[in-house]
Design a protein around this ligand. Structure first.
Ligand code: ZN
Length: 976
């Protein structure tokens, strides 16, 4: 049903005798083009009649189209997608492999070298090349470097006079970079970009000429190039096997949909490649094309907007989005809207690379490409007319891949038109944003951030500096010691001056966040302060004198920071200080055949105090070890004899690493950290736990977060028939990470018992996030309760945690009682002693209420009186809303012992939050963050935090690595 006001108003192309008369698309012509444009307004170009007919045939509803995309011009020299692939873009039931998309883009660049240029921007983890196809008019493509230089110059107004800036703005051209198919299941943008590329190169309407003449379009059809091939494999398998599915277990090598949340860690190759390319070209707009809303959402966000972003920029989000909504609405295309969907707060998205660098980062969410035709029915909530949705989606519509192509290509063309029409304004804005970032650093505190180079975790300090440099931030080092206000700076300290173009990024990354819980539900993490998550000390400088080079001499770093390791003294024993740096565990594994001891207590040697956890290497082969110590940036001391301190031998463990077959999204971040730091492991699926003999193969098993309930994690993938996941002729791109003939059944009860047996026989099981709930919920360990507090709001926050047991090897190297950790909602773990009460002992006394409920969805237990410390205030919806999650079947096991809480949340609810938003925090008072539960000869170490979150949480890596290095001596430091 279409109300009259919704009818199409726009002029459409008219097809006659194979010649199309293309009228200029809606909207204004470029400024200053008046008469010439009018002359060009009607241009004749031969139409690709076959392609055009197919567009009409595949379009499921004529309302989901515009005059911009309802045809395709013919070309004698440039191959159309139909000519190259044998079908048009938007053909139902087909998806194109990335290798063919890339080949097509290469063919375009070859056929039209005067208007298109292709370059590769780096490889994926699986070794595929990522590409950009640049498109513009002939003169621009010939002199691309000239335009690159103009944008680079506008990025740094410190080197420009106002007159020079004006001249550059007049001469420059914006770059609009559209990136597609980052999320592997969102396939349409990759297909659409092939047709868009052809159209931009070939079409001779004033509309397209305007775009070609006034801006440079960058197209990256597929960002997650490894995932694309897997998705197409899956479709082929489904089609060849009558609808049987081989699920998409992995996208890229590491993470699935989180591949767009890597902006703060920059751990994935795709992020690194996009960031490097951004800093090389300074695109004016970066536009990431997603596919999970009806029918086209164009991003503005509903706030709260990130506070560090220039207001000009958040306004630009609206300028572009409203233009698209207006032009599409004018043409009667339903369901094009902006506003809510996301917030604009967290700077970790791929497109935020533009926003953190004073350009414009934005995204679409479109209705699925499919690729099958279907009838789409939407709920009332999606079809109401709202202020942000003037022409809402329809309750029912015929949808298909061509609809998706039409709607996203049309809207994107209007965005390109807007940028062409407002070329100078956008370049001026870009210049102004860069200039204001510099001016703000001069006029407003902070004027600089100082990262002391000589701090205890100096390797991690250097890593943080290098991350900033990777982001294009200028970092200086102090030439000599000086004071700036109250901040004492030592020679060699890292200084991040704020009088630079990317100062907003610096504040965003180094500052702390406060997210008022009263805001609309956040889209992602609410706090991410990197110095906290990386456990690096730094100081904010509020005194502007630091910017004066005469009194505060410093020089810009030309190369990355590197901390050279040192070996001082002489003697046959080498002591390596465990300073908590990320490189300590990699050093151990790099020298795995060298006998090393861990000191269990602080001690003195080589004339200095060393902490518990220091590595002591008797009879050391210095010639061999010294290069390694230097490489890993560690501080070591050679002494004559083994110091008198209690030690244990660190035997290098065989690590097994379990992934669930139902979800690998989150374990990928953990695996990435292990890979980057070269911690070796054997990777296998949860179903293999059923095979038993775990202890014969492994000393440590790492089982990272899966998500879901304890039961769903044990049950794994379900289904009536075997589900294979492997490389076959039909699916040549699967089976890279792992494969199986049947992925169903999870570990099952049998695998769970094998895991328990593994621990009982002396193994160490490490769980984090959701997998930390399995043993407590199945009652395999005593004294740990999993709670689900209903009033808790802790969405991706940096929390203060407190060491409850400094003598555990897990705490080795940490010199403070406090450690900032990443935490998000759960699991909330109460463990013996954690909240100020002790339970059980060997043989196991029971917490009342725990272990009574064997069925899912059991009655909520009123554990409040037990959980909360007596003095804690009980806010509404906090402790009172606590309930115990359902218990699995109780298993009769042998010896049990008291969980040892290593790290816990503070007891003061008002002293917990370090960065982000928090409400209902009484539910976290004294709760366990890291628990070590002995079970017969072995241990289960459970993390309620996420020690390896998105390559951001380097400060907590060592909690897990310490457990691994001391896997068979975790009882060290106990009274026994
Ligand atoms: Zn997406």
């Amino acid at each position: 049903m279409t109300p009259g006001w919704m009818r199409r108003l726009a002029v459409h192309s008219t097809v006659a005798l194979g010649i199309v008369v293309l009228l200029s698309g809606g909207g204004l012509l470029a400024q200053g083009e008046g008469k010439q444009a009018a002359k060009r307004a009607v241009a004749a170009q031969k139409l690709d009649a076959e392609y055009t007919a197919k567009i009409k045939e595949y379009t499921q509803d004529p309302r989901v189209s515009t005059e911009l995309v309802d045809h395709l011009p013919a070309s004698a020299t440039v191959p159309s997608p139909l000519k190259f692939l044998g079908r048009i873009v938007g053909t139902p039931d087909y998806l194109t492999y990335y290798k063919d998309i890339k080949a097509y883009m290469e063919a375009l660049a070859k056929a039209a070298p005067t208007r298109a240029k292709l370059f590769t921007i780096g490889k994926s983890e699986e070794g595929r090349d990522m590409i950009v196809l640049a498109i513009a008019d002939e003169a621009t493509i010939r002199t691309l470097d000239k335009y690159r230089k103009i944008l680079a110059d506008l990025t740094d107004p410190r080197k420009l006079t106002e007159a020079q800036a004006k001249a550059l703005i007049a001469a420059g051209k914006p770059i609009y970079w559209a990136t597609g198919n980052l999320h592997s299941g969102e396939t349409g943008s990759a297909e659409m970009q092939m047709e868009l590329a052809y159209r931009l190169i070939v079409e001779e309407t004033p509309f397209i000429q305007n775009i070609r003449n006034n801006e440079i379009v960058f197209l990256t059809p597929v960002v997650e190039v490894d995932g694309r091939e897997k998705v197409v494999d899956n479709l082929r398998y489904r089609q060849a096997t009558n609808g049987k599915t081989m699920p998409l277990i992995w996208w890229g090598n590491y993470v699935a949909h989180d591949n767009n949340r890597d902006g703060l860690g920059v751990g994935l190759k795709l992020t690194q490649n996009v960031l490097r390319t951004f800093l090389e070209w300074h695109p004016t707009v970066m536009h990431d094309l997603h596919e999970s809303s009806n029918y086209l959402y164009t991003s503005t966000g509903a706030g709260p907007y990130n506070m560090a972003i220039d207001p000009v920029q958040t306004d630009e989000w609206w300028l572009l989005a409203k233009y698209e909504v207006a032009e599409m609405t004018k043409r009667g295309v339903p369901g094009v809207w902006t506003g809510g969907f996301y917030d604009g707060w967290t700077p970790n998205y791929l497109f935020f690379i533009a926003n953190t660098h004073n350009a414009i980062g934005r995204f679409y969410e479109t209705q699925t490409y499919g690729p099958q035709n279907q009838t789409l029915n939407l709920p009332v909530g999606s079809t109401s007319r709202e202020w942000y949705r003037p022409n809402p989606p329809l309750p029912t519509i015929k949808w298909g891949p061509r609809n998706n192509t039409n709607i996203q290509q049309s809207a994107l063309l209007f965005a390109l038109q807007y940028v062409a029409n407002n070329r100078q304004m956008l370049l001026e804005n870009y210049y102004i944003k860069n200039r204001r970032a510099i001016e703000k650093g001069r006029s407003d505190a902070p004027h600089a951030w100082v990262i002391p180079a000589g701090q205890r975790r100096r390797g991690e300090a250097a890593n943080l500096v290098n991350l900033l440099r990777l982001e294009g931030v200028e970092v200086h080092t102090a030439d000599s010691a000086f004071a700036a206000g109250t901040v004492q700076v030592a020679a060699g300290d890292y200084v991040v001056r704020m009088d630079q173009p990317y100062s907003n990024l610096v504040n965003m990354y180094l500052g702390t966040q406060f997210f008022a819980p009263g805001n609309p539900n956040p889209y992602d993490d609410t706090g991410w302060s990197l110095p906290l998550l990386r456990n690096v000390k730094l100081q904010k400088v509020d005194d502007a004198s630091i910017l004066d080079q005469k009194t505060h001499p410093m020089r810009m770093m030309g190369v990355d920071a590197r901390v050279p390791g040192t070996v001082t003294g002489s003697g046959s024993v080498i002591i390596v200080d465990h300073n908590g740096d990320t490189s300590i565990a990699p050093f151990r594994f790099a020298n795995k055949d060298v006998k090393m001891l861990a000191a269990e207590e602080p001690f003195e040697a080589a004339g200095r105090k060393l902490t518990a956890g220091a590595f002591i290497i008797p009879n050391a082969d210095r010639a061999r070890l010294e290069p390694s110590i230097k490489e890993f940036g560690l501080a070591a001391y050679a002494v004559a004899s083994v110091p008198t301190v209690k030690t244990h031998e660190m035997s290098v463990p065989r690590i097994g690493y379990v992934h669930s077959w139902s979800r690998t999204q989150d374990e990928g971040w953990v695996r990435m950290a292990f890979d980057k730091l070269k911690i070796p492991y054997t990777y296998f699926g949860d179903t293999k736990l059923r095979e038993g003999n775990l202890r014969q193969k492994y000393d440590v098993i790492v089982f990272p977060h899966v998500g879901g309930t304890a039961q769903s994690q044990v049950n794994g993938v379900q289904g009536p028939d075997p589900i294979a996941y492997k490389k076959t002729e039909l699916t040549p791109n699967l089976g890279v990470q792992d494969s199986a003939d049947d992925i169903r059944g999870g570990m099952g009860f049998e695998g769970l018992l094998n895991l328990m047996k593994f621990v009982q026989e002396g193994g160490l099981l490490i769980t984090e996030g959701s997998t930390s709930t399995i043993f407590p919920e199945y009652h395999l360990v005593d004294g740990i309760t999993v709670e689900e507090p209903s009033g808790l709001f802790a969405r991706g926050v940096v929390m203060k945690s407190v060491f409850a047991d400094r003598k555990s090897p897990i705490a080795y190297g940490y010199d403070s009682d406090i450690l900032p950790v990443y935490f998000s909602q759960g699991p909330v773990l109460t463990a013996g002693g954690a909240a100020g009460f002790g339970v059980g002992g060997r043989g196991g006394a029971q917490i009342p209420g725990v272990g009574m409920n064997l069925t899912p969805n059991a009655i909520p237990q009123a554990l409040a009186t037990l959980d909360a410390p007596a003095a804690a205030p009980q806010g509404p919806g906090a402790v009172g809303g606590t309930r115990v999650r359902p218990q699995g079947p109780a298993v009769s096991i042998g010896a049990r012992s008291v969980p040892r809480v290593i790290l816990r949340f503070p007891t003061d609810p008002n002293d917990m939050l370090l960065s982000g938003g928090l409400l209902g925090q009484q539910a976290l008072v004294g709760r366990a963050v890291v628990v070590d539960t002995p079970l017969d000869k072995g241990h289960v170490v459970s993390f309620a935090n996420r020690p390896f979150w998105r390559w951001e949480t380097h400060g907590s890596f060592n909690l897990a690595f310490n457990a691994i290095l001391n896997w068979n001596h975790l009882d060290a430091g106990t009274a026994q």
